[in-house]
Design a protein. Structure first.
Length: 375
């Protein structure tokens, strides 16, 4: 119909169809991640990517094939199916062991009415080896000849798969060659398109990291803190959940800069963040550290009341106040002062909570420094 009505070659519409399928995948996957992020659900992106990719592609393959099952033209969508397999095997790097692959293939052959043909069995085996071959070259830890390996695997196994299809359906040599060339074209387009998406995605990740993290210490910054405290504060007030905060800064930091230089001060900041984050990671990864000012840091304790913060606060305090930073053969002793408080019903907004913690920090600094004020 495409050619007769619109006078557009089927290969052109096929290209747009394939790109549309993978664009829809990207849109739906990003939507799913956004939903999980908004609901503060922790997830492994690789696991979500694998499961979502397999389900999406199986729906795509079976839906596509259902329109031509039992017809003499039931081979016409094979290139689309192979491209979907390549997408899962190479670009999503989803590893499917044989004990999963075999039942999927069997279900598909029964669904497609091809289980009684020896050519279909040979084709099924070649499909599995195609998938595993793309999986294998994806795991090679080198970028050298990346595209060449990709194309060699696709061209070789593509010819084998189409050979068995040509025998089963008695396709002419010209049709066999034409469909094989179409597959090669689709593989090149898929590679170019997905690489473009990956570069764009990598750029977005880099920009996100830049926007939410302090360039020097790599700690999350005030912007990230402001976004998180709004959510945690609102959730705490609505659902009567505990929430505590610790604020600390480095004692006499200006003196460190004046005595040893700003590069020494930078090194002190980096090591303070590294030490504090190590203690947090060893105890509770849900606790969040932010650099909110020059030498000022905030730590959020979701689910903690004031009493339950004490053990972790004391560990962070002890670790930071026993630090000595080595810089250009000089040993710089570091001390910190801290203020801690828990959210209260009297707090109308996050700024009220922040101010009470800040007052406690100021009390520690005013009364001798190197101490914790918690109330």
């Amino acid at each position: 119909m495409t050619w007769q009505v619109w006078h557009v070659s089927p290969i052109i519409t096929s290209v747009f169809f394939i790109l549309g399928v993978f664009t829809l995948y990207q849109v739906l996957f990003n939507w799913l991640k956004t939903v999980l992020d908004e609901r503060k659900i922790k997830f492994d992106e690789d696991v979500i990517n694998s499961w979502f990719g397999v389900i999406y592609m199986l729906i795509f393959i079976f839906s596509l094939q259902s329109t031509i099952v039992g017809k003499s033209s039931s081979w016409e969508f094979m290139n689309f199916i192979v491209i979907a397999l390549i997408f899962c095997a190479y670009f999503l790097n989803i590893r499917i062991p044989y004990y999963w692959f075999i039942p999927i293939i069997l279900v598909y052959m029964v669904f497609n009415g091809s289980i009684g043909y020896w050519e279909s069995w040979c084709h099924a085996v070649s499909v599995m080896f195609t998938y595993w071959s793309f999986n294998y070259i994806k795991r090679l830890h080198t970028d050298k000849y990346l595209f060449l390996r990709y194309m060699l695997v696709g061209i070789s196994w593509g010819a084998i798969m189409w050979f068995f299809v040509a025998i089963k359906f008695s396709l002419s040599r010209s049709v066999f060659i034409q469909e094989w060339i179409y597959l090669i074209i689709f593989e090149i387009l898929l590679y170019s398109y997905v690489r473009m998406l990956l570069r764009e995605s990598s750029l977005k990740v880099h920009l996100f990291e830049f926007a939410n993290h302090d360039a020097l210490t790599k700690a999350q910054n005030y912007g990230a803190y402001n976004s998180e405290i709004k959510y945690l504060f609102s959730n705490s007030q609505k659902n009567n959940l505990n929430l505590s905060m610790m604020m600390f800064d480095i004692d006499h930091f200006k003196k460190i800069n004046d005595t040893y230089g700003h590069l020494a001060g930078d090194e002190v900041l980096k090591q303070v963040v590294s030490t504090a984050q190590s203690v947090i990671d060893a105890n509770d990864s849900q606790v969040l550290l932010y650099r909110t000012g020059g030498e000022e840091f905030n730590i959020l304790f979701p689910g903690y009341d004031l009493q339950s913060t004490k053990p972790l606060v004391q560990k962070i305090f002890s670790a930071l106040n026993n630090m000595t930073v080595d810089f250009e053969d000089k040993k710089i002793k570091v001390t910190v002062s801290m203020g801690v408080s828990a959210v209260s019903k009297r707090d109308d907004e996050p700024a009220d909570f922040y101010d009470r913690v800040d007052i406690n920090l100021y009390y520690s600094k005013k009364h001798g420094r190197m101490r914790i004020t918690a109330q």
